[in-house]
Design a protein around this ligand. Structure first.
Ligand code: ARG
Length: 574
């Protein structure tokens, strides 16, 4: 359905055109206002200079030309010329009665959005940082698709580079199909650490490993086969985590670092031809404008090391080039940890200078903040080793299960396992999504799983409660009943429901899933106040009862759609 904001903006555009001519129509003045009205338009002040007139007089002229018949009460002009708008309950009620509140306004000009997210490393455990980029990236992908945009998912896994020499040699040592090797698909860290320890202590192994890197880069067939085996084990591991998390990434979305191997020489050659790269201390470097180190010296982006090897930056340059050229991206989102901010700024700057990133394509680093432990430091286990993600998720599920066992709901063992997974995983994902993506937060399972507060279980419980109310209504005749908003609590709830479309658009435009979380939390709270003040099943008349049932059902639809966009389920019962 069309969002409230776009409806009002369209009416303002018509009024501006009528009053001042077509040139003035292209503005979107309307913003939500919680204090004085439902919405507020600030047009008069910005137009005062252009029109050489007093803001309040301009506001009056706009209001005279504004057709909001049947939509809003008479607009009020406040302060220096703000226009306050309040919807009539009849308009809100009839809009809700038409249905479709849980659908977003579809993009008129759908974009192709490439989203780079998750990006774990082969033969390594995914850590909580990867968890967050995975969860946030997936929510953004779903949000854009919900709006009708085309999303191209790119899982830029770390599947290339010098560590693969030692990993392949270790694979040979333990046996390609041995249990130790296959453990990578369960618990990759042990394998990596064993290889690392040998590399550091065994000179012969280190020499073999270095030689192996050379054959790998040289495209030696047998080495490539070993490498493929190693990557395969890791893929199994990634997909196990993705399926546990309910994340939409598949094998088709894998575009690891190695994808770009054949482009790297060309990337360097092109940068040299364009006069952008030069040799410095034996390495081929670009010095993008505006980047200086602490000493004031220009900062290099190294694109070919002095030994001839390419690195992370070269790969990312090749990736931008392909994303624009082959994937036809309008927007590219990089959902990656904040510490890589400088890397991306430099890469984007070089890509622009090289002409690989046209002005109308917007790259954006969606910076992901840290996940901290109780001690305020990056989350680790007590022994100081990085946390095992799978274990963490299993623990969240186990705790959710314990809570379910303590509740009254009588579940079969299967149901209990299913609901515990939806709640446990939902809680962890929601904790990642409900804070701004670039702030850090403390990983605290108790808080994440709390039944009250801005948590997934609170929202899931609100959904389950509405379901239980709807089950008690005999029949579903109410689903076609007209909605009336007689009470203040009903009007508040109706307005809250209709805010969904706007908030999804905002979350997408600003890469800000936390806005959607805040919205859903407020919606659930509005529902609670409504439910406290307005009897539903025992309402005074059948008409009011059906209207309230349908209003409740609409809240459920929005909760489900909203949580769905975030990648979180709502159990039937809990
Ligand atoms: N594999 C990298 C890491 O674990 C993240 C890659 C992010 N994406 C990119 N295009 N550089 O830090």
């Amino acid at each position: 359905m069309p969002s409230l904001t776009s409806l009002l903006n369209a009416r303002f555009a018509a009024a501006l055109e009528q009053a001042f001519g077509a040139d003035f129509a292209r503005r979107d003045p309307v913003i939500r206002s919680s204090q004085f009205a439902d919405f507020q338009a600030n047009l008069a002040l910005p137009l005062a200079k252009e029109l050489k007139s007093k803001p309040r007089d301009i506001a009056t002229t706009i209001v005279e030309n504004l057709d909001l018949e049947g939509v809003c009460e008479t607009p009020e002009i406040s302060g220096p010329g703000f226009i306050n708008l309040t919807f009539t309950p009849e308009f809100l009620a009839s809009t809700l009665s038409k249905g479709g509140a849980a659908a977003a306004e579809q993009a008129t000009d759908p974009l192709r959005i490439v989203i780079d997210y998750s990006a774990p490393n082969v033969a390594k455990e995914m850590h909580v940082g990867h968890l967050r980029t995975t969860v946030v990236g997936d929510a953004l992908a779903r949000t854009h698709e919900f709006l009708g945009n085309t999303v191209v998912r790119q899982n830029h896994i770390g599947d290339w580079g010098t560590p693969f020499g030692m990993l392949i040699e270790h694979l040979l040592d333990v046996g390609i199909e041995s249990e130790t090797a296959q453990e990578i698909s369960e618990n990759p860290n042990a394998f990596y650490q064993a290889a690392r320890a040998k590399f550091d202590s065994d000179e012969d192994f280190a020499t073999r490993s270095r030689a192996r890197v050379v054959s790998l880069q040289g495209g030696d067939a047998q080495t490539l086969e070993l490498w493929t085996t190693l990557v395969g084990y890791s893929k199994t591991y990634f997909h196990r985590i993705y399926s546990l998390l309910g994340v939409t990434l598949t094998d088709d979305d894998l575009a690891g670092e190695s994808t770009y191997n054949d482009d790297l020489a060309a990337v360097c050659a092109e940068l040299e031809e364009k006069g952008l790269a030069r040799i410095s201390d034996g390495a081929l470097c670009v010095f993008p404008e505006g980047f200086t180190g602490r000493d004031g010296e220009p900062l290099p982006l190294i694109i070919r090391k002095s030994d001839g090897g390419y690195g992370y930056a070269t790969t990312d340059l090749a990736a931008v080039r392909r994303r624009v050229r082959d994937l036809s991206a309008d927007r590219v989102l990089y959902v990656v940890g904040s510490p890589q901010a400088m890397h991306f700024e430099m890469v984007f700057s070089v890509a622009r200078a090289a002409g690989w990133l046209p002005e109308d394509v917007k790259p954006e680093h969606v910076k992901i903040g840290n996940v901290l432990g109780d001690d305020g430091k990056i989350l680790r286990t007590r022994s100081g080793s990085p946390l095992r993600l799978a274990e963490l998720l299993e623990e969240a599920i186990a705790r959710a299960r314990t809570t379910l066992q303590e509740s009254n709901a009588e579940f079969t063992a299967d149901e209990e396992a299913m609901v515990a997974k939806i709640v446990g995983i939902g809680a962890v994902k929601y904790a990642d999504l409900s804070v701004a993506h670039d702030t850090s937060y403390t990983f605290d399972l108790d808080r994440m799983l709390a039944p009250i507060g801005n948590t997934a279980p609170y929202l899931q419980y609100a959904g389950a409660r509405i379901r239980s109310i709807l089950r008690k209504a005999d029949g579903d005749a109410f689903t076609a009943a007209p909605i009336h908003l007689g009470e203040a609590a009903e009007r508040d709830l109706g307005l809250a429901i209709l805010g969904f479309s706007d908030v999804v658009a905002e979350a997408a435009a600003g890469s800000a899933p936390h806005r959607l979380c805040t919205y859903l939390f407020d919606l659930a709270q509005s529902f609670t106040s409504f439910y406290e003040q307005c009897p539903v099943l025992i309402a005074d008349s059948a008409e009011v009862r059906d209207s309230r049932l349908r209003l409740s059902q609409t809240v459920l639809e929005v909760l489900e759609a909203g949580l769905g966009v975030l990648g979180i389920g709502v159990p039937e019962r809990m």
